[in-house]
Design a protein around this ligand. Structure first.
Ligand code: SAH
Length: 248
């Protein structure tokens, strides 16, 4: 029997043109594609029409498929000799539990490869005209989860420490927890005039950005009804978007 294999593939930050050539190559030979909410339909269509496509993301109002079940599908399909592409938004090993899936596959003794993707953490600020470093503004960057319920995390984010130790903060999954994040940073000594940008649906036609300071961003975000997916960028580099915005 043909030997199956799992490819953990980054689909990039929603804009299909930001898919890598390697991702395209493995998608074209996929027997099975397992994908999340942030993977666009155009990218899915690059897989053969006969490939089995399995959605494992959140359904409106419901939870996503349990992680054990996703892993079970991955290993079961690969064991039956299939080429399985596990497509994830952005880069597969930056949040989104790609590493957990890789470990399961490895432990099941199934061959696998990782195909890096362009992460939203960098590409979304770039499409909003925000470089994450600049010699005069920022020499350090941290990419942080803003997950709504820090109590659920084994390693809760230390916002107060991050406030004073890193120049640019990039927060993913932070919309619902924005208020607590801002408060944590101010409590940790970050100037309330620090610039902050929220970029919704970055790199797509529906991209929207809300610019403010730690002091007024909550009000602005509420007024604009900010919704996920969005990347939040905090730091002096945000001011560069006035000159560097290029994507319309
Ligand atoms: N592995 C992914 C991140 C997964 S976590 C990556 O490397 O990009 C999911 C979070 O990514 C979302 O909550 C949001 O913060 C961010 N995100 C992904 N695509 C985005 C987009 N097009 N615009 C804004 N944020 C995005």
């Amino acid at each position: 029997m043909k030997k199956g294999k799992v490819y953990l593939v980054g689909a990039g930050p929603s804009n299909p043109e930001l898919l890598t050539l390697k991702a395209l190559k493995v998608l074209r030979k996929a027997d099975v594609v397992i994908y999340d909410r942030l993977v666009t339909k155009i990218i899915l269509k690059l897989a053969p029409a006969k490939a089995e496509k399995i959605y494992v993301g959140k359904r409106s109002g419901k939870h996503r498929m349990p992680q054990e079940k996703i892993c079970a599908i991955l290993t079961q399909r690969a064991r039956s000799g299939k080429v399985v592409v596990r497509l994830k938004g952005g880069d597969p090993f930056l949040f989104g539990r790609g590493a957990e899936e890789a470990l399961e596959v490895k432990r099941a003794a199934i061959p696998f490869e990782v195909v890096p993707g362009i992460t939203s953490a960098l590409a979304v600020p770039e499409y909003a005209g925000i470089p994450v470093t600049h010699r005069d503004y920022a020499s350090s960057v941290a990419i942080v989860t803003g997950h709504e319920d820090p109590a659920k995390l084994k390693n809760p984010v230390k916002w107060e420490k991050l406030a004073s130790s890193v120049d640019t903060l990039i927060v993913l999954m932070g919309v619902k927890n924005l208020e607590a994040i801002v408060q944590g940073l101010i409590k940790g000594g970050r100037d309330h005039k620090t610039n902050i940008a929220i970029i919704e649906r970055g790199t797509t036609k529906r991209q929207r950005k809300i610019i403010g300071t730690l002091q007024d961003i909550i009000e602005k975000a509420n007024k604009s009804r900010v919704k996920p997916p969005a990347v939040i960028v905090i730091g002096d580099v945000v001011s560069l978007q006035q000159e560097l915005s290029w994507f319309k």
